[in-house]
Design a protein around this ligand. Structure first.
Ligand code: AKB
Length: 339
């Protein structure tokens, strides 16, 4: 082969690769745990943004009709590495959002099962990223990673963390592993410590903050609610739309802006059951609340009541949109429209 023929062949190959890469845009994204509270809304938001066929939803069981019918769906166990690898190869997935997890209250009933699910699923994805089979990972942490000796008010990004629940221990361990994989293997993994998330579209999955959703359903049904936390238990919470916006903003931020590779604090809005009941009463004046704290009280007591999220604001421009008044109105309107 003459020199010019060789040069031409090499140049064609170079451009073919560039064009193929371009043709594959936008990235294919796999959501694991897509049928849960966060997964459902995140999948639909990403489909709207990147096109339905580019967002592959997966879960151990089928989910809501709009999620199932709007794009690709695969039954997937987050602990089954071979099955995950097959789906990644089938769709040429580049990013994974790993949302499968057992939350605080359910996990306390089955600690070992929770530990296995929460940790095995994370290692599966971190190792695939380490082997360069995927390019980017999202994994959620939680305020549950803090503990009783963490400063409870305005909890800083970096502070003492001594979680007392199996869920919290798995989140703190997961945060350290994310940081380790980034530092040691250059894995682009990003994470948020979610406060309690409030939404009406998909039911919550066994958390301690679930009261802040149940209360709206009961207020509309019977105008009364018995809360499983005491009246003055302050916790940070966030409307789901804000949480989805934060997640996507973090994942889209330039790599050099991401200074925290464990997990970012997000403040949301902090309130007690008593304060929430007062806001509901502005809309439903004869709403009544009483209190019968159960095992979830001790969990809530070990978590912060408010969070400092300065670092997220500085690094990737985070800004909250919905306050407690907005959340109350949106929840009551949204649930009423479902009846
Ligand atoms: C829970 O209550 O377990 C979750 C969380 C705060 O991570 N909502």
């Amino acid at each position: 082969m003459g020199f010019y023929t060789y040069l031409f062949a090499q140049l064609s190959l170079f451009w073919d690769r560039k064009i193929n890469k371009f043709k594959r845009m936008p990235n294919k994204i796999l959501i694991i745990g897509a049928c849960g509270q966060i997964g459902t809304e995140l999948t639909l938001a990403l489909r709207e943004k990147h096109g339905n066929e580019n967002i592959i939803a997966s879960d151990i069981r089928e989910g809501k009709e709009d999620l199932m019918s709007s794009g690709p769906f695969e039954i997937l166990d987050a602990q089954d590495l071979t099955a995950i690898e097959k789906i990644i190869a089938k769709y040429e997935v580049e990013e994974v959002y790993l949302l499968a997890a057992m939350l605080s209250a359910t996990a306390e009933k089955n600690p070992m099962k929770a530990w296995e699910l929460n940790m095995n699923s994370l290692f599966n994805i971190l190792n695939l990223a380490k082997e360069k089979k995927i390019a980017k990972v999202y994994w959620p942490s939680s305020i549950a990673a803090f503990g009783p000796n963490t400063p409870q008010e305005n909890t800083p990004q970096k502070t003492l963390m001594d979680p007392t629940t199996v869920y919290g221990i798995s989140k703190l361990a997961g945060e350290r592993w994310c940081k380790y994989y980034h530092q040691r293997y250059g894995v682009d993994v990003r994470s948020i410590r979610y406060p309690g998330l409030i939404s009406y579209k998909t039911p919550p999955g066994g958390g301690t903050t679930d009261y802040a959703i149940e209360i709206f359903h009961e207020a509309l049904k019977d105008k009364k609610y018995t809360c499983f936390l005491s009246e003055n238990t302050g916790l940070p919470m966030m409307y789901m739309e804000d949480a989805i916006r934060a997640t996507i903003a973090l994942m889209e931020a330039p790599e050099e802006n991401i200074k925290v590779r464990s997990s970012y604090n997000l403040a949301g809005v902090s309130f007690t059951p008593k304060e929430l009941a007062e806001y509901i009463r502005k809309e439903i004046p004869d709403f009544k609340i009483d209190y019968a704290p159960d095992f979830r009280q001790a969990i809530a007591d070990s978590w912060p009541s408010s969070i400092d999220d300065k670092q997220a604001q500085e690094d990737w421009g985070w800004k909250l949109k919905y306050n407690l008044e907005d959340i109350t109105k949106l929840m009551l309107k949204g649930i009423a429209a479902q009846k």
